[in-house]
Design a protein around this ligand. Structure first.
Ligand SMILES: Nc1ncnc2c1ncn2[C@@H]1O[C@H](COP(=O)(O)OP(=O)(O)OP(=O)(O)O)[C@@H](O)[C@H]1O
Length: 611
């Protein structure tokens, strides 16, 4: 037994390595938009360049209209051609500049946004891979978070970040030029731009906030309902519940459509109001300018330049109300995204490449305590367990006793909250999860069979395995004969979604073949015979045990079959080891094991005394 001091030190070491991000960091989740923008920080230079190029594009567009206005108005007075040559060249230059800079701006900002998006997707995926608590999300909803909500970051970075900054830079410059031409006109334009570029977007954002907030969740609901209905179709049909499930999908779809309609209405209102503000402002500038021309304060040519420049200036702010109307939806998508990213990983990051010691690996578990949340009861409460190289042990217990939790820890899907798990004397939490899984592998409770060929399903465990390796492993798992007799395409046989074309026993043997191909040193068989009929169960179990000959094997089971073949048995009840010994020892003593075999308590003095 390891002393408390050592356990505490191990726990302390792990706490030191705990990730900084936690689900309970309210100030971070409160500001999803800012946090989404912060995701783009590594590409900050590219985005800044994008803003400059965007400002250059809009500036060139506005300049083009202004210079064209000057050119047309001046040409009407029939000046010598040389007086127009600079303006003609400027028009061409501005036209070319606008096209080239628009192209470069799109290239730079899209490149930066897509790279950022790729980073975010990898981070979300890594968090999913490392987080067992992620199971609190439903699978369809998770897909929606990974795809749609991550895409919202792109929306924000491309449409919500660059255009407002461009509007500030280019809008400011245009107002300065117009004010220099005719101050009252310039100020009027500034007021119009503020109305169209600030007040209207704020109004659109307020209108879009409510529906937007619910949109991402509604998309997640639709996705979950669809996935549930598709995966559960056979059961839904069998229980006559398909119609209800389809109605749930229809309801989710109708809700999303209603929100999309409302979204479109807000967008339409925004762009209509934007066009109205632009029209009224340009008319007002024109009327003010005409009066000024009549008063002799302003020339006719500057008036033409002023009015067309004002008209062009609204192109800068016209996309902003639509972006603002989307902010609510983007914010809620961001909240959902950070919900995933902030989930405390069940496995701490492996900051080393350290390999576990080579050679036979003894498994040593001391004082292992695990729970699924600070308020949850302990799923494992001080488990001690030893598996010497080449031995076979069984962990036996009733449903809910913590057996699968133990398997999760051994596969490094979860880390211990307290206590240590050592492989060959090395604490597994000091090593990357992949490295641990190189040593510990096996048959999980519900092995996933991919909708692919038998060969591809097997090579998942060892991509470089050739057909001879695959057949050898199939022989060892006693699946080769079945493949030869029932699968005419042999290793090229398509096994169907979730291995639908295989029997339950074949699926377990396939999972075992996969595990054997990985050449683990510790083989964990987690309830390998659940859902099998008794005959198949016994046959599969015999084959599994025969195939595991020579491996350090840990059989996790609630079943009493074949336990006499195990070297030792640990009985776990409510997360604690209540009995430990060989089959014969445990049958001889009073306790859970005898009861499970339907035997009465042994006579006073114990069976051993009698034997
Ligand atoms: N993801 C989870 N979140 C919260 N509690 C969990 C989770 N998984 C398991 N538990 C709880 O932990 C305890 C141990 O569960 P575990 O699945 O390890 O038991 P088990 O012995 O493998 O049961 P079974 O044989 O039914 O699979 C149970 O009380 C269970 O409710």
């Amino acid at each position: 037994m390891v002393g408390t001091g050592r356990r505490d030190r191990a726990h302390q070491r792990r706490s030191d390595r705990s990730p900084a991000v936690s689900s309970s960091s309210p100030n971070r989740t409160d500001r999803p938009l800012l946090r989404m923008v912060a995701l783009a920080r590594p590409r900050g230079t590219r985005f800044a360049l994008g803003v400059l190029l965007g400002a250059l594009t809009t500036g060139a567009g506005v300049g083009l209209l202004g210079v064209s206005a000057w050119l047309l108005a001046t040409a009407a007075t029939h000046p010598p051609l040389t007086a127009l040559s600079v303006a003609v060249v400027a028009t061409r230059a501005l036209g070319v500049t606008r096209g080239v800079s628009r192209y470069l701006e799109r290239l730079v900002t899209h490149d930066a946004a897509f790279r950022t998006l790729a980073d975010v997707r990898v981070r979300v995926y890594e968090r999913l891979a490392r987080s067992e608590p992620i199971r609190r999300f439903r699978s369809g909803d998770l897909v929606s978070r990974l795809v749609n909500d991550t895409d919202s970051a792109q929306d924000l970075l491309l449409r919500g970040l660059t255009p407002p900054l461009v509007a500030v830079v280019a809008g400011g410059a245009v107002v300065a030029v117009c004010t220099a031409l005719f101050a009252p006109g310039g100020l009027l334009l500034a007021a119009g731009l503020l109305l169209g570029g600030l007040a209207l977007p704020l109004f659109a954002a307020a209108l879009g906030r409510g529906p937007g907030r619910r949109q991402a969740a509604a998309r997640g609901e639709l996705s979950s309902a669809l996935v549930d209905t598709l995966y559960g179709a056979p059961d839904l049909v069998a229980y006559g519940a398909m119609e209800r499930a389809v109605r749930r999908v229809e309801r989710a779809d109708a809700e999303l459509t209603r929100m999309a309609r409302r979204d479109a209405a807000v967008l339409g209102l925004g762009s209509g109001a934007s066009a109205l503000v632009a029209g009224v402002t340009v008319w007002a500038v024109l009327l003010l300018g005409v009066a000024a021309v009549a008063d002799g304060v302003l020339g006719a040519i500057p008036l033409a330049v002023l009015v067309l420049t004002a008209l062009a200036a609204f192109e800068i702010v016209s996309p902003l109300p639509a972006v603002a109307a989307r902010l609510g939806a983007i914010r809620s998508a961001g909240t959902r995204l950070f919900d995933v990213l902030d989930t405390e990983p069940a496995v701490r990051g492996a900051d080393t490449e350290r390999r576990l010691p080579d050679g036979a690996a003894a498994l040593r578990v001391r004082g292992l305590r695990v729970r699924y949340g600070p308020e949850e009861p302990w799923a494992l409460d001080g488990v001690d367990l030893d598996l010497a190289p080449g031995r076979r042990i069984a962990v036996l217990g009733p449903s809910g006793s913590g057996k699968s939790t133990l398997a999760s820890v051994l596969f490094r899907f979860r880390d211990p909250d307290e206590g240590t798990v050592e492989l060959g004397g090395a604490d597994i939490t000091d090593h990357p999860a992949d490295e641990v899984r190189r040593i510990v592998s096996g048959v999980p409770q519900d092995p996933h069979i991919f909708a692919s060929t038998l060969r591809e399903n097997l090579r998942l465990a060892r991509p470089d395995a050739d057909d001879a390796d695959l057949w050898a492993a199939l022989e060892r798992a006693r699946l080769a004969e079945d493949v030869r007799t029932t699968m005419p395409d042999g290793l090229d046989t398509e096994v169907g979604a979730h291995g639908a074309r295989l029997s339950g026993g074949m699926r377990r043997r396939l999972a075992l073949t996969r595990a054997l191909l990985a050449h683990p040193r510790v083989l964990v068989l987690d309830e390998p015979t659940t859902h099998l009929d008794p005959d198949t169960r016994d046959a599969v179990l015999d084959d599994l045990l025969a195939a595991s000959e020579g491996y350090s094997t840990l059989l996790i089971t609630h079943d009493l079959a074949r336990l006499e073949q195990m070297d030792e048995i640990y009985v776990i009840v409510d997360g604690r080891v209540v009995q430990h010994g060989s089959h014969a020892d445990l049958l001889a003593e009073k306790g859970w094991y005898r009861g499970a075999h339907g035997l009465p308590d042994p006579p006073r003095g114990g069976l051993r005394a009698v034997r």
